[in-house]
Design a protein around this ligand. Structure first.
Ligand code: PMP
Length: 433
C-alpha cells in the first residue's frame, strides 16, 4: 500500500507543489494532504484506507453528498451515449431552464465549464454591454483566477497572503477598483469619482472566500441601487452559494425577499453535480450581447458537456425544500457545537454565518468580521492545530481558516456525531496554540 506521504512526494516531482489547485497543498496548515481515492455520502477515503467525515465536499459541488445514486445513475446513462459532441443537446436547455426557473431576472443562460470562465465572461459582457472599462470588486472576494479580478482576492490568495498574482499586467488591474466589503462610504466615493466609467460591480452574494462574511443588511440592495443609478451592471457571483444557501442561492435569502435582481448571476459548483459545469445568466437584453447574437465573444469546446449537464440536472432535481431544510438544521447544529467546544476551551472566536454557510474566526468576538481587513487580523494560527486535531480524528476540514465549511444532505446523525465528538480536543489544541 502506498502512503499519503509517498503519493505527495510523487506528485511534487511532477506537478508544481504536487497539486492542480493551490489550497490542496495544505500550504497554510502544513503537513501531508491525504490523497483521496473514494468519496461516498459524507465521507472520503484516502490511499491509506483512512475514512474521513468530509466538510469540504469538493469545495461545494457535493450538495446531495458524494456519489449520490441519482447523480451517478444520470452520469452512467449520459456516458453510454457519448462523452462530448461539440454540438447542442436537449439537456443543455433543460439545465438552463432549471437555473432560470429558480433565479429572479434570468431569461438567458450560457453554460461554461468553470466558475472562473463564468465570471471572466460576465466581466467581458459587462464591459461590452456598457462600453465602459472599470470593474469594482471587494477585497477578500474571490471570483476565480481571472486576471482583472486577481486583486486583493480571497481563497488561495488569502491563504498564501498574496496581494495579487504575478503575471497579471498592471494595466489590467488598473481597471479594477478594489473596495472594502460592507463599506457604503467607499462605494459612494468610487461612484462619485468614476461613476460614468464603471462597467460593473462584482460581488460574492455572501463572501465565503475570506472565511464567511455576512453582507450587512441592505448592502447588496444598496449596490443594486447604486449601479442602476450610474448605468453600471451588478454581477452577483453565486458560484459558491448558488443552489446551496437556498434553492435560489444566497440571493434567495435576500434579493428575492427584498425585490431586486442583479444584471448578471454567475454559477458553478452545485450546477455541475461534481462535474465541470458553470454558467452566467441574466436578462435577454444583456445576455444576447454574447456571440453569436452579439459582439461579445465567448466559446468553449466542452461547454454544456453532456455528462456534466446530466449530473447537474440530476442534482438540481433532487435539491428539494426538505433537503435545504435538512442542511440548514445540520449547519445550525454544527455551529452550536463548534461554539460550545471553543467556549469550553476558552478560545475567543466568532462564528461567521451566511445562511447555511459558516466559518470560524479566532480572536474576533469583540469586533466581528465585516471585511477582509478584519478577517486577516484574526488569530489565524489557531486554526492549524485545530485543523490537524480534527484530521487526526477523521474529520476533513477545509485546509485554511479563510474557507467555508460545507455540509451536505448526506451528513446524517452518525457523521454529525463523529464531528461533534472530535471538537473538544481540537478546541483545546486551538487554545494552546
Ligand atoms: N467565484 C466564487 C465565489 C468562488 O468561490 C469560486 C471558486 N471557489 C470561483 C468563482 C471560481 O470557480 P472555479 O474554481 O470553478 O473556477
Amino acid at each position: 500500500m502506498r502512503t499519503n506521504a509517498q503519493e505527495f512526494a510523487t506528485a511534487q516531482a511532477i506537478m508544481p507543489g504536487g497539486v492542480n489547485s493551490p489550497v490542496r497543498a495544505f500550504g497554510s496548515v502544513g503537513g501531508v494532504p491525504p490523497f483521496l481515492v473514494d468519496a461516498h455520502g459524507a465521507h472520503v477515503t484516502d490511499v491509506e484506507g483512512k475514512r474521513y467525515v468530509d466538510l469540504v465536499m469538493s469545495w461545494g459541488p457535493a450538495l446531495l453528498g458524494h456519489s449520490h445514486p441519482a447523480v451517478i445513475e444520470a452520469v452512467h446513462r449520459a456516458v453510454d451515449h457519448g462523452l462530448s459532441f461539440g454540438a447542442s443537446t436537449p439537456a443543455e436547455s433543460r439545465l438552463a431552464g432549471l437555473i432560470a426557473g429558480r433565479m429572479g431576472g434570468v431569461e438567458r443562460v450560457r453554460l461554461v465549464s468553470t466558475g472562473t470562465e463564468a465570471t471572466m465572461t460576465a466581466v467581458r459582457l459587462a464591459r461590452g454591454y456598457t462600453g465602459r472599462d472599470l470593474i469594482v470588486k471587494f477585497a477578500g472576494c474571490y471570483h476565480g483566477h481571472v486576471d482583472a479580478l486577481l486583486a486583493a482576492a480571497g481563497s488561495g490568495l488569502a491563504t498564501l497572503a498574496l496581494p495579487g498574482s504575478a503575471g497579471v499586467p498592471a494595466a489590467v488591474t488598473a481597471e479594477t477598483l478594489v473596495l472594502p466589503f460592507n463599506d457604503r462610504t467607499a462605494v459612494d466615493a468610487a461612484f462619485e469619482q468614476y461613476g460614468q466609467r464603471i462597467a460593473a460591480v462584482i460581488t460574492e452574494s455572501a463572501p465565503c472566500n475570506m472565511g464567511v462574511v455576512l453582507p450587512e443588511e441592505g448592502f447588496n440592495a444598496y449596490l443594486r441601487a447604486k449601479t442602476t443609478e450610474a448605468g453600471s451592471l451588478l454581477i452577483v457571483d453565486e458560484v459558491l452559494t448558488g443552489f446551496r444557501a437556498s434553492d435560489a442561492g444566497y440571493w434567495g435569502l435576500t434579493g428575492r425577499t427584498e425585490g431586486w435582481v442583479p444584471d448578471l448571476f454567475t454559477f458553478g459548483k452545485v450546477i455541475g453535480g461534481g462535474m465541470p459545469a458553470a454558467a452566467l445568466a441574466g436578462p435577454a437584453q444583456i445576455m444576447d450581447f454574447l456571440a453569436p447574437l452579439g459582439p461579445v465573444y465567448q466559446a468553449g469546446t466542452l461547454s454544456g458537456n453532456p455528462v456534466a449537464t446530466a449530473a447537474g440536472i440530476a442534482q438540481l432535481e433532487h435539491a428539494t425544500s426538505d433537503m435545504y431544510a435538512n442542511i440548514d438544521a445540520r449547519s445550525l447544529q454544527l455551529q452550536d457545537e463548534l461554539s460550545a467546544a471553543l467556549n469550553a476551551a476558552g478560545v475567543d472566536h466568532s462564528l461567521q454565518v451566511a445562511g447555511n454557510l459558516f466559518s470560524v474566526a479566532f480572536g474576533t468576538s469583540e469586533r466581528g468580521v465585516h471585511n477582509y481587513a478584519d478577517a486577516q487580523a484574526q488569530e489565524g494560527w489557531r486554526y492549524t492545530p485545530f485543523f490537524h486535531s480534527m484530521l487526526e480524528q477523521g474529520v476533513y476540514l477545509p485546509p485554511s481558516v479563510f474557507e467555508a465549511w460545507f455540509l451536505s444532505d448526506a451528513h446524517d446523525d452518525a457523521a454529525m456525531d463523529q464531528i461533534v465528538t472530535a471538537l473538544p480536543a481540537a478546541a483545546r489544541a486551538a487554545a494552546t496554540a
